[in-house]
Write a protein that binds this ligand. Structure first.
Ligand SMILES: Nc1ncnc2c1ncn2[C@@H]1O[C@H](COP(=O)(O)OP(=O)(O)OP(=O)(O)O)[C@@H](O)[C@H]1O
Ligand SMILES: [Mg+2]
Length: 319
């Protein structure tokens, strides 16, 4: 449904500053009915990619196909299948009401205002904008404007929806509702969604696949599950209820895989990788020698946030 090939974009440097290569040979494909997260640190090039995918800026090189149509050469035709919500607050008309914005943007995609009244009611209800239906967009709160912009993008029924930070500034409930809605339009309606987000909870909750960008280049493109597996470091944390003898401390310090930390409450925590059974056995032997009281044994798992940071860290070291 979306095919991006060797995309490049360099912004001219302002006032003598050197030019900025924002996007550097980026290629990926997204099949119909997939929800993909475009991730990366500030300035990585995500918004630039999104803007090129919806025909707002022209790439210096490379191609973009939306449902087989070339966004550079046949922009008007390609745009039929795309809706987008970009960063900032320029996605809706400030002097139109919520209802008028929804009617206007749906009409731009060829939908008749009469036909979409039930959908408008559903979106207003879903985003809790009912009592603002006839309020001008400029008088809404920032979160409400963001929700209206998302509703405007969705009501067009485009096959491809591009969302730049869709949950930014939303309250907890609204963020959860948008996530559910996005999952539903992908599963039930087979729409294709590409979103950017810095919120790893949102990413982990919604995206089956992530494309990670750093300094304009793709540094990872994989399913979240696979990346978690790849970077999974399962560790076990053993909390001890009493102080260790000097001999025990010495013996534990001789095991480089074991991290010994004193906690705020005076207890001692020993962190050890689970895959290293030998070390685990030795550690338990050291504790058993003095019948040391064990308060807790817990397993910790890597979060996607850690995996993301790890990938960025490695990409910066050229790995
Ligand atoms: N209009 C512009 N003119 C000049 N440089 C720009 C312009 N827009 C973006 N850039 C530069 O291009 C690079 C990529 O910016 P972009 O907005 O695509 O990043 P991003 O990944 O969306 O970041 P964020 O997470 O902060 O939204 C940055 O170095 C930025 O300064
Ligand atoms: Mg951005």
């Amino acid at each position: 449904m979306v095919r991006v090939e060797s995309l490049e974009k360099t912004y001219p440097g302002r006032r003598g500053a050197p030019p900025v290569k924002a996007v550097d040979r980026v290629s990926f494909q997204v099949p119909q009915g997939q929800l993909v997260g475009l991730l990366g640190p500030n300035g990585a090039g995500k918004t630039t990619i999104v803007k090129m995918m919806c025909g707002l800026i022209r790439p210096d090189a490379g191609q973009i196909f939306i449902n087989g149509k070339d966004m550079v050469c046949r922009r008007t035709e390609a745009l039929v299948d795309v809706s987008a919500v970009l960063e900032g607050n320029r996605n809706i008309y400030w002097r139109l009401t919520c209802r008028e914005n929804l009617e206007f943007f749906a009409a731009l995609k060829g939908r008749s205002p009469r036909e979409i009244q039930p959908e408008i009611a559903r979106y207003l209800d879903l985003f809790k904008l009912n009592d603002k239906a006839d309020t001008e967009a400029r008088k809404l709160s920032r979160g409400m404007q963001q929700k209206l912009a998302t509703a405007v993008a969705l009501i067009a029924q485009s096959r491809v929806v591009l969302l730049d930070e869709p949950t930014l500034g939303l309250d907890v409930q609204a963020s959860l509702e948008i996530r559910e809605l996005l999952k539903r339009i992908v599963q039930d309606e087979g729409r294709t969604v590409i979103l950017t987000s810095h919120d790893m909870n949102v990413v982990q909750d919604t995206c089956e696949r992530v494309i990670i960008i750093n300094e304009g280049r793709i540094v990872a493109d994989d399913s979240i599950d696979h990346l978690l597996d790849l970077f999974q470091v399962k560790v076990c944390r053993i909390v001890i209820g009493e102080s260790l003898t000097p001999a025990q401390q010495q013996a534990i310090q001789a095991l480089p895989q074991v991290l010994l930390e004193e906690e705020n409450n005076g207890k001692i925590a020993l962190t050890v990788p689970l895959e290293d059974a030998q070390v685990l056995h030795e550690l338990f032997g050291i504790l058993a020698a003095n019948s040391t009281v064990i308060c807790a044994i817990e397993q910790k798992q890597t979060s996607f946030e850690r995996v993301f940071l790890e990938i960025l860290g490695r990409s910066e070291h050229g790995a």
